[in-house]
Design a protein around this ligand. Structure first.
Ligand SMILES: Cc1cc2nc3c(=O)[nH]c(=O)nc-3n(C[C@H](O)[C@H](O)[C@H](O)COP(=O)(O)OP(=O)(O)OC[C@H]3O[C@@H](n4cnc5c(N)ncnc54)[C@H](O)[C@@H]3O)c2cc1C
Length: 311
């Protein structure tokens, strides 16, 4: 599409998770013409979990898909336009931003990036099917469901160990499955993990399959030294082999840290004027729905100030 054909918006939001939908709710209530572009499922990561217990306002918890449906309905009420398109490129044209998707191209005065992160998957049979049914990528979210259960943590880095230690608050036993015979994690975490009587280790081992009908029941685990494959019974598998922000397509546009998280100030402003980042894709301490929602509103308010300042 040529430059002159592109539809122009005051605000474009990339990503329809809680950060993006909250940002859209705020910008449209402030009467800014806003387009939200979502490349996959509206609702983002929360759609992958059955029960959210730590989002305020739902004393009995709420399913991720229901919370997502409610957020989408609320955002649309004030005129948020939504398109199911994945963004592949963002370029600056003076003070305007050109946003290209696989189908189309748009121009905007202010851009809010809410693209979240993705958990690295092991990529074995059963992993996708049983996510939210015993397979988890979030111990803060799902740990309390595993009270007195025997579970596993897959990984050997800092996040695997800190999450395993956290999970011992709930689980009866946590087995760390690691593909090497030594951990990568910082020494202090290793010391704490070795000293914790609830933590066991399965060294030189990789998960080849996650089995279960409705929920996780066992794993097929291969010893990489001997080649032997054994069935390991467990009720939960927490996978911490790393996460990465979905920001690759923005490399060179805004400042990021070495892992690709977008660096912002407290107002969610990036290194480029008129480009904001909110939620899990930005460098910050905690990545949850509450923090994403908080960021979405902050970024939208900062956009409002930015657009008013241009008048
Ligand atoms: C299994 C699981 C359970 C969880 N449980 C809880 C819980 O109980 N409580 C809690 O607080 N948190 C939970 N979390 C974490 C929570 O879901 C995230 O912190 C939150 O969703 C982050 O919101 P976000 O809007 O920043 O990003 P996301 O939810 O990741 O949304 C980003 C969106 O951007 C889209 N996108 C990415 N790139 C592009 C592109 N180029 N073009 C267009 N669209 C794009 C993605 O498709 C996605 O929909 C859980 C996470 C997982 C995986």
């Amino acid at each position: 599409m040529k430059g002159g054909d592109s539809k122009t918006y005051e605000v474009i939001i990339i990503g329809g998770g809680p950060a993006g939908m909250t940002a859209g709710l705020y910008t449209t209530r402030s009467r800014f013409q806003t387009l939200l572009l979502e490349g996959a499922l509206f609702g983002g990561q929360m759609t992958t979990t059955d029960l959210i217990e730590n989002y305020p306002g739902f004393p009995q918890g709420v399913s991720g898909s229901e919370l997502s449906r409610l957020m989408e309905e609320q955002a649309k009420r004030f005129g948020l336009e939504i398109a199911n398109q994945e963004v592949m490129e963002v370029k600056l044209e003076g003070e305007m931003k050109r946003v290209r998707t696989y189908e189309s191209a748009y121009l905007c005065e202010a851009l809010i990036i809410c693209t979240g992160t993705e958990y690295r998957k092991i990529g074995v049979p059963g992993e996708k099917e049983l996510t939210g049914k015993g397979v988890s990528f979030c111990s803060t979210c799902d740990g309390p469901f595993f009270q007195d259960r025997k579970i596993v943590v897959v990984g050997g880095g800092d996040s695997a160990l800190t999450e395993a230690l956290y999970l011992t608050k709930f689980a009866q036993e946590v087995t760390i499955i690691h593909r090497r015979d030594a951990l990568r994690a910082t020494k202090i975490y290793q010391e704490r993990a070795f000293a914790n009587p609830k933590i066991k280790f399965l060294w030189n081992s990789v998960v080849e399959e996650i089995k279960g009908d409705d929920v996780v029941g066992s794993l097929m685990v291969k010893n990489v030294k001997t080649g032997e494959v054994k069935e390991f019974e467990t009720e939960g598998a927490f996978i911490f082999i790393g996460i990465s922000p979905k920001t690759q397509f923005l490399k060179g546009l805004v400042q990021m840290d070495e892992a690709g998280y977008i660096i912002t100030n407290a107002n969610c402003e990036t290194s480029v004027k008129g480009i904001f980042a909110a939620g899990d894709c930005r460098k910050q301490l905690l990545r949850q729905i509450t923090t994403a929602v908080g960021d979405g509103s902050t970024a939208a308010f900062a956009v409002e100030k930015y657009l008013e300042g241009k008048e």
